[in-house]
Ligand binder design. Structure first.
Ligand code: SF4
Ligand code: SF4
Ligand code: SF4
Ligand code: FES
Length: 1012
């Protein structure tokens, strides 16, 4: 097994469960794990240079030679050598030290040390630190600039070839962690350098600006543009003066040596600590839950530095790494606004909050508590969601509370509750990566959950994981899949159930597991009668042979992880579709183990939390029923008030109730409901009927237009709290910036309104809210801010002693008999489908660069540059039939609305299916989608919409810009950095030797035998 295989998904510092052996390290015997990388074993005891070695996740790259040691008398690269019993390792011999110095001298030939005026001189530059550690005074190889221009063509980062030490970490990250396969090194060039798509400039290459390469670059060759001229005290000087300074330093270096010069730069680096703050935060976009340090100087966001996150380690996507301009955007709401006629005027907090409290109080008195509704936000923290639902229940006295998980996630939760008992992913990203087969259904994971997708791409590329994708659209994961098939929209339940039947009929069901741990097999087996493979092929419009191939793959898989998202959950039978997937996992025995399992991928950063914390009409925090008298009594005692005994309205029902005049007022925080709910015109019409509407947000959203009072909340960087990711992972975020202007953290606003309405809340810090919540919520019982300090995380349920459950169900299912339940299902045709009048199926979803309607990402200038326009994807076949070229304006009309948009001809969609990304405030997708919804949860059936298109006369420019990676990018897949090609160069020799290195390439990656 290769080292990369051993360390797939394993955090730096962990090295698996290999037997312990003894080695001698510069004399004394020390313990190490057999087969681990020698550099890891050495670093546990002492420092040793290792410029190109990053972590077990990245594996050995072996390009820098600075980690050379002697093993049993032979010089070897310690990063490329595996530990064996009784190895005699010498790091301090003159021979080893000379070899390391020689290696570093070669590096300095590729990198000019001008640290004091370098923006990367922040005590984390490995070239600088190695120069200090080796006490370099002079260099033998003179610095030779490479004959290439600095590449500034990407909006977010730049590459300076002359500073590039050719360590290859960027390549390794791009090829094996992000797996975008953009980067390589032109080892055969006269002057090797990093190449984008084999030699394009960065802007316009296939680079998706995820930032992995910049994050791992050990020096300043790759840098965030936001750091340039900003990080250092002197680095912002005009270039000419800067160059003069560098010349002066270079002139004195031969006489003074580097020592004194490095001392100056060291002092300057220390001074930077005073003004650069590094604050741990959690991504505010999707549900993957990436965490990282945000570097700020005053209000300027210098960079995002991911390193320690349990979910992401070094990974980010373009939004998490670069999508932060919105925080300081001029459009931020900074003062409360009160409606005056058709306009708004600024108001003081005192005036705005008094008005809110008075109006809500009056309406409550006049029409009763159930005439008011509360919408919490899955973008806000768990603590803020908790206060919103407590406000609804304990202050207003209604269970009319919901959040946007209704628009996407509720059916998945229902499917899991029906079958296995917890409404969350059964494991974590690590467990998905370990699985033998990943089945992705209705999720374009690389766009919607980019960092999670990297782990699947990596496992598929490097570790033989099988990948099957069922999706109408050929998105990136579908292109990479071993099998991609396109079921007719709305029919997934049929082929999924047919798979369950196939397993039972053909002896592949895990009968032992079913017998011991699962109820209802007989009834379920009976319910599967209609679901033959032939019926599935016909109903789903998928060739029978394809379904049989899929079935055989599933039957043969060591373990199956199923990932699904809105392609399943936004249908009229969405809960049934989710249930069918969980049934299949039970039949194949893919619960109760640390690979395989159910992964309904959560969309927003805290949509899992918003559901967990009880922003729902039927449950208190931790999914505790509001109609259970015992539970209600517990919350009444905890909150000191009587609570309403009946289930409230969900947001779908609220809209209808507004139209009917039953709902008179709403307090909505952090949700652009008009842009997010289905059937925008219907929702807007409902808001128009409210007597009083309070909206709390960071921008003036579409929904704000209907508000009576608008309260300026604060984004995640301006407050403390916790988010819960799709892995059920609870993570803390810390305040990086003060609240902008007069805006306030949302929990403070809710508390203020509550107190003005008679509550006596006195939370001084979100930790106190968490403590109260944990006391009332068994799932959260052992959660506390101390246990979540810094980068520590917990995956619920958390026991009182703080023990969490990274993998659910290892000891049974949370039902009285500890057994899961198979849930019989029937198929129903989708409610809306193409016909003669509306002949096209409208698919919709996210696009990597933008988040939903784009309230945040449209305010990020680099994203705007790369992806300024939205478009309607149409197939080549349809384009040919209707005479459409990219850029042609078309009118798209559904049974519910109409919008005008440019067409983009693409081979990602097929036949009479069109795709509209969510990213638009001007003409959002939900103008077109109707009010029909999942029968079990009222989640809108966004994916059951038929449209027709009409060509308009205007032909515009291609909506896809040349800077966009989809425009002309052509990745160059490699297994890694391919250092063997460097070693074959005539001008290379292993430091400490005169001989060329002989290497034995191994299958699946670089050679890990570092001996010379
Ligand atoms: S995709 Fe682009 S930003 Fe991401 S690692 Fe590759 S080259 Fe770097
Ligand atoms: S650009 Fe790549 S190869 Fe060059 S120094 Fe940075 S990580 Fe190493
Ligand atoms: S994958 Fe999701 S959580 Fe991670 S950086 Fe991107 S948007 Fe943020
Ligand atoms: S750390 Fe670069 S070769 Fe080992």
């Amino acid at each position: 097994m290769s080292v990369i295989e051993m360390t797939n998904g394993v955090k730096a510092g962990q090295s698996g469960k290999q037997p312990q052996v003894e080695i001698s390290l510069d004399g004394p015997a020390v313990a190490a794990s057999e087969g681990e990388l020698l550099v890891e074993a050495i670093l546990r005891h002492k420092e040793i240079p290792h410029i190109c070695y990053h972590s077990p996740l990245m594996g050995p790259i072996q390009t820098c030679d600075t980690c050379i040691v002697e093993v049993d008398g032979q010089l070897v690269r310690s990063c490329g050598t595996k530990v064996g019993a009784h190895m005699k390792v010498v790091t301090e011999s003159k021979r080893a030290k000379d070899a390391r110095s020689e290696a570093f001298d070669v590096i300095l030939g590729n990198h000019m040390l001008y640290c004091t005026v370098c923006d990367n001189n922040n005590e984390n530059c490995r070239v600088h630190n190695t120069a200090l550690a080796l006490d370099v005074q002079h260099q033998e190889h003179p610095f030779t600039p490479k004959p290439y221009e600095v590449d500034m063509s990407n909006p977010f980062y730049r590459y300076d070839p002359s500073q590039c030490i050719l360590c290859g970490q960027c390549v390794q990250a791009c090829q094996t962690v992000q797996v975008n396969e953009t980067l390589s090194i032109g080892w055969e060039l006269e002057h090797p350098r990093v190449l984008w798509d084999g030699g394009m400039q960065i802007g316009g290459s296939s680079c998706v600006s995820c930032g992995h390469c910049i994050t791992v670059c050990p020096c300043n060759a790759l840098m965030e543009k936001s750091m340039l001229s900003e990080a250092g005290f002197l680095s912002g000087m005009p270039k000419e003066s800067l160059n003069k300074m560098i010349d002066v330093v270079k002139a004195i270096e031969p006489e003074m040596g580097y020592g004194a010069i490095m001392q100056v730069s060291q002092t300057e680096a220390k001074m930077r600590e005073e003004r650069i703050n590094k604050t741990k935060t959690v991504c505010t976009y999707c549900g993957v839950g990436c965490s990282y340090d945000v570097w700020t100087k005053d209000r300027k966001i210098l960079k995002i530095a991911p390193l320690h996150g349990d979910a992401n380690q070094i990974s980010t996507c373009v939004k998490g790494k670069f999508g932060w301009d919105y925080v300081n955007h001029k459009d931020r709401l900074q003062k409360p606004l009160i409606r005056e006629g058709s306009n708004f005027r600024e108001a003081s907090w005192e005036e705005a909050l008094s008005l809110v409290a008075t109006k809500l109080g009056t309406i409550k008195q006049q029409y009763g508590p159930d005439s008011i509704a509360i919408i919490a936000s899955s973008k806000t923290t768990n603590e803020e969601v908790y206060l919103m639902q407590k406000f609804a229940r304990a202050v207003i006295g209604t269970n009319n509370v919901d959040n946007c998980s209704r628009y996407c996630q509720s059916p998945a939760t229902t499917g899991l509750f029906r079958t296995v008992g917890y409404g969350g992913d059964s494991g974590g990203i690590e467990n998905i990566a370990k699985s033998g087969l990943v089945l992705i259904v209705g999720s374009q994971t690389a766009d919607s959950h980019p960092v999670l997708a990297t782990r699947v791409k990596r496992a598929h590329k490097l570790h033989g994981q099988r990948l099957i994708v069922a999706d109408p659209r050929e998105h990136e994961m579908a292109q990479r899949a071993d099998i991609h098939f396109r079921p007719r929209p709305g029919t997934d339940l049929v082929w999924i159930s047919a798979m369950s039947r196939y397993m039972l009929d053909n002896g592949h069901a895990k009968l032992d597991f079913l017998d011991k741990w699962v109820n209802g097999l007989d009834e379920f087996r009976k319910s599967l009668e209609p679901f033959t493979m032939e019926y599935a092929a016909k109903t789903c419009d998928v060739p029978l042979e394809t379904l049989e191939r899929v079935a055989k793959e599933l039957a043969a898989a060591r373990s199956i992880a199923i990932l699904w998202a809105m392609g399943i959950t936004q249908h009229t039978r969405a809960s049934d579709g989710s249930t069918a997937l969980s049934n299949l996992l039970l039949i194949t025995g893919n619960y109760m183990r640390d690979e395989g399992g159910a992964y309904p991928l959560r969309g927003h950063n805290n949509v899992q939390g918003a559901g967990d914390i009880g922003a729902a009409p039927d449950v208190y925090p931790g999914y505790q029923s509001v109609t259970d008298p015992e539970i209600r009594k517990k919350f009444e005692a905890g909150w000191g008030v009587a609570l309403p005994p009946e289930r409230g309205m969900d947001n779908h029902e609220m809209v209808d109730a507004m139209h009917e005049g039953k709902l008179r007022a709403m307090y909505l925080a952090g949700e652009d409901m008009i842009s997010a709910d289905s059937n925008a015109n219907h929702v807007a019409g409902a808001f128009g009927k409210l007597d009083f509407f309070v909206v709390q947000d960071i921008f003036f959203s579409e929904t704000c237009r209907y508000a009576d009072v608008i309260l300026p909340g604060a984004p995640a960087l301006e407050k403390e709290g916790t988010f819960s990711s799709t892995e059920r992972r609870i993570q803390r975020l810390y305040q990086a910036l003060p609240e902008l202007g007069d805006s306030r953290a949302d929990w403070k606003i809710t508390q203020d309104i509550a107190n003005r309405m008679g509550a006596n809340w006195n939370y001084q810090h979100p930790s106190e809210i968490m403590a109260e919540m944990a006391g009332l919520t068994p799932l959260y019982e052992g959660v506390s801010y101390d246990r979540l300090e810094g980068y520590k995380t917990l995956q619920w349920p958390v026991a009182p002693d703080g023990t969490d459950q990274p993998v659910l169900y290892l000891n049974g299912f949370p039902f009285p008999d500890s057994k899961a339940r198979l849930y019989p299902l029937e198929f129903h045709e989708p409610e809306e489908a193409p016909d003669n009048d509306f002949d096209l199926f409208l698919n919709n979803g996210r696009l990597l660069e933008h988040f939903h309607e784009g309230n945040m990402t449209y305010r990020v200038s680099g994203i705007q540059e790369e992806t300024p326009e939205r478009y309607l994807e149409i197939s080549e076949e349809l384009a040919h039939e209707r005479g459409i070229e990219s850029g042609r304006w078309v009118r798209v009309t559904s049974r519910h609305g109409s919008l005008v948009i440019k067409a983009l001809v693409t081979n990602r969609v097929f036949g009479k299916q069109v795709y509209l990304p969510h990213l638009s405030q001007e003409g959002p997708i939900n103008i077109l989608t109707g009010s029909h919804a999942d029968v079990a949860t009222n989640t809108p059936a966004f994916k059951e919409t038929a449209v027709r298109i009409k060509l308009l006369p205007e032909q515009g420019s291609n909506p896809l810009k040349p800077l966009n990676p989809r425009f002309s990018g052509k990745p160059t897949p490699q297994t890694g950095v391919e250092v063997e090609r460097k070693w074959k160069r005539k001008d290379y020799h292993m430091p400490g030797t005169e001989k060329l290195v002989q290497i034995q390439p191994q299958k699946g990656g670089s050679s890990y035998d570092g001996s010379c």
